[in-house]
Design a protein. Structure first.
Lengths: 137, 443
């Protein structure tokens, strides 16, 4: 009985300490309500957290039903799928589509995370701290 | 305000699920168990209601859904819900305080976005939002965006859509905060049935830590683990045979409607009841509602040409990947802590009464086998294992932890055909026939 008690208390203390250490490793701030649900999932900020913020900022500038996609231009041509899927949730009034620019039905708007999107078919219409918004010419 | 309303939707679930309190064997349970069961039952009722409305062509709206739920809540509240059972009074408050501390760590991690599941943002959330906007569980949404794991069981998405309906906007923070709520319900159920604060503390501390690496908040694991905990713990600790069968049925139905792995969990439980408990009648009754729900969902999937993930069963098995699968799973199961989350319950089972832990042990082994079976269907499964298995392997871990509680010589484990009559108290030091559970709140 004592062995069980000692083992469980030792394990509980270890797990609690490891949890706190993990929280610390993920970085601060520790007592501020974060801006997005992805803010502290890794020590380095994920582009997907920026995708959330950018989608929020771009939404008022996007017409209802417009075809929109979200990309990190530096990843071209193998864009991270999760960014446009983030837009799919964050932009419920728009028609969010995968990051394809070679077909006939290319997006009307492109939200570019962190870097500029150099494509002659698009013009930049807004700049945000986390990226840019482009509209098809 | 959006998130407050979204969270209120989750807090409404136990109220809906209180309808099961009309059953005498539920009313006899301590308040923690009753609330935890109500949370699980409420989740299943709301999800089934929303799915049923879509099937019969009624568009989701606050008026329709809340009117029906008000009737369900009314039936639950009228008459026979007064508790019969007595609350647990711990002799030493350190147990509940330590459990609460672990839960608060989980709450802190969730509130500071340290537990958030990426799939909430990439799959669950977008699917729920698009269903909300379509006014139902709409196959057109799934055809338009086939990337949204279209044939995945819908309970989690439906609960997210329910909180969206309640709040009108999608409440992202409420979606992640549901995770600690389901965790609290799980702990309440386990503690109430076992009256073992120390064992519950082990579960609380282990899951609190493993959650930091599994990122479950907003994904389907929190409700899945609650359903699974109800099944495993009911089959292990609940004495009333009718209660056992009912709770296993409830938990299995919820698990099958929540995740793909819920189906393999149901098979594992079915086999365990059949071969370990040797209760074929109970096995068939327990799995019947889950099988019905599964059949209904697969009918929807096949009728609408949405087969995707379940189609994986037809993929060839890559036997050559077994060493890679086992090696990668072992690496993930390390949880950055030398497998201690697994080793502690294994040691406790080894030094306790293994026979008492046969039911959870069997479920742990079978679900581990099912996990390996899932992953050997891909020629290069490493990325897939590393990204999904920290959550998937929480099921066998939970079963092991419950097994560790059952193996405790003073555990309130009834004889399920596993421990021969008259030997249940063997090792407890107490006389046969006398229930030794009273001592557990004092450890």
């Amino acid at each position: 009985m004592i062995a069980r008690r000692v083992l469980i208390y030792a394990a509980a203390i270890l797990f609690a300490a490891a949890t706190i250490q993990r929280f610390h490793w993920l970085g601060g701030p520790y007592f501020t309500f974060p801006d997005t649900i992805q803010d502290h999932v890794w020590p380095v900020r994920f582009a997907s957290a920026d995708a959330i913020v950018l989608s929020r900022r771009a939404e008022p500038l996007l017409p209802r039903g417009a075809k929109v996609t979200v990309i990190t231009p530096s990843e071209a041509p193998n864009y991270d799928q999760t960014h446009w899927l983030t837009g799919l949730g964050m932009l419920p009034r728009q028609h969010v589509v995968p990051q394809k620019f070679d077909g006939q039905t290319i997006p009307d708007y492109v939200i570019a995370i962190r870097g500029p999107f150099d494509d002659a078919r698009y013009r930049q219409i807004a700049t945000f701290p986390e990226g840019f918004l482009y509209q098809r010419k | 305000m959006t998130d407050v309303l979204g969270l209120a939707a989750y807090l409404l679930l136990p109220l809906v699920g209180m309808i099961v309190w009309r059953l005498d064997f539920i009313r006899e349970m301590p308040i923690g168990a009753r609330l935890g069961i109500a949370m699980a039952a409420g989740s299943l009722i709301v999800a089934l209601l929303m799915a049923a409305l879509s099937v019969i062509g009624i568009e989701w709206s606050r008026t329709v859904i809340f009117t029906i739920l008000a009737i369900v809540i009314g039936i639950g509240l009228i008459g026979r819900i007064r508790p019969i059972g007595r609350p647990i009074r711990p002799i030493r408050p350190i147990g509940p305080i330590a459990i609460l501390f672990c839960w608060l760590l989980t709450l802190y991690g969730t509130l500071t976005a340290r537990h958030s599941c990426g799939d909430l943002q990439f799959t669950w959330g977008p699917k729920a939002i698009r269903w909300f906007r379509a006014g139902g569980l709409d196959p057109d949404v799934l055809h338009t965006w086939p990337q949204l794991t279209v044939d995945y069981p819908p309970l989690q998405t439906l609960l997210l859509a329910f909180s969206n309906i309640t709040a009108r906007q999608f409440p992202w923070w409420a979606a992640v905060l549901a995770s600690p709520l389901f965790f609290l319900a799980l702990l309440a159920v386990i503690r109430s049935w076992t009256r073992d604060d120390l064992g519950t503390l082990l579960i609380a501390a282990t899951l609190t830590y493993t959650y930091t690496l599994a990122y479950p908040a907003g994904c389907a694991e929190p409700p899945l683990l609650l359903f699974e905990a109800i099944v495993i713990a009911a089959l292990t600790f609940v004495e009333n045979p009718r209660a056992q069968t009912f709770l296993a049925s409830l938990g299995l139905a919820g698990a099958v409607f929540t995740k793909l792995e819920g189906a393999t969990f149901a098979v594992a439980v079915f086999l365990t009841i059949l071969f370990v408990q040797r209760k074929p009648k109970r096995a068939f009754i327990a799995i019947a509602p889950a099988a019905l729900i599964f059949a209904a969902w697969m009918t929807f999937v096949l009728k609408n040409d949405l087969l995707y993930m379940y189609g994986g069963a037809k993929l060839p098995i890559y036997w050559s990947t077994i060493p890679v699968v086992l090696k990668t799973l072992a690496k993930v199961a390390k949880f950055n802590l030398y497998w201690i989350p697994y080793l502690v319950p294994i040691v406790l089972i080894a030094i306790g009464n293994v026979r008492r832990a046969l039911v959870p042990l069997s479920i742990a082994l079978l679900t581990t086998g099912a996990t390996v079976y899932f992953y050997v269907h891909y020629p290069d499964p490493v990325w897939w294992i590393e990204s999904s298995s920290p959550r998937v392997i929480l099921t066998p871990l939970l079963a092991l932890l419950i097994g560790a509680m059952a193996a405790h010589p003073y555990a309130r484990v009834p004889a399920h055909g596993v421990v021969p009559e008259g030997e249940e108290t063997e090792g407890s030091g107490g006389p046969p026939g006398r229930h030794s559970g009273g001592a557990l709140g004092q450890v």
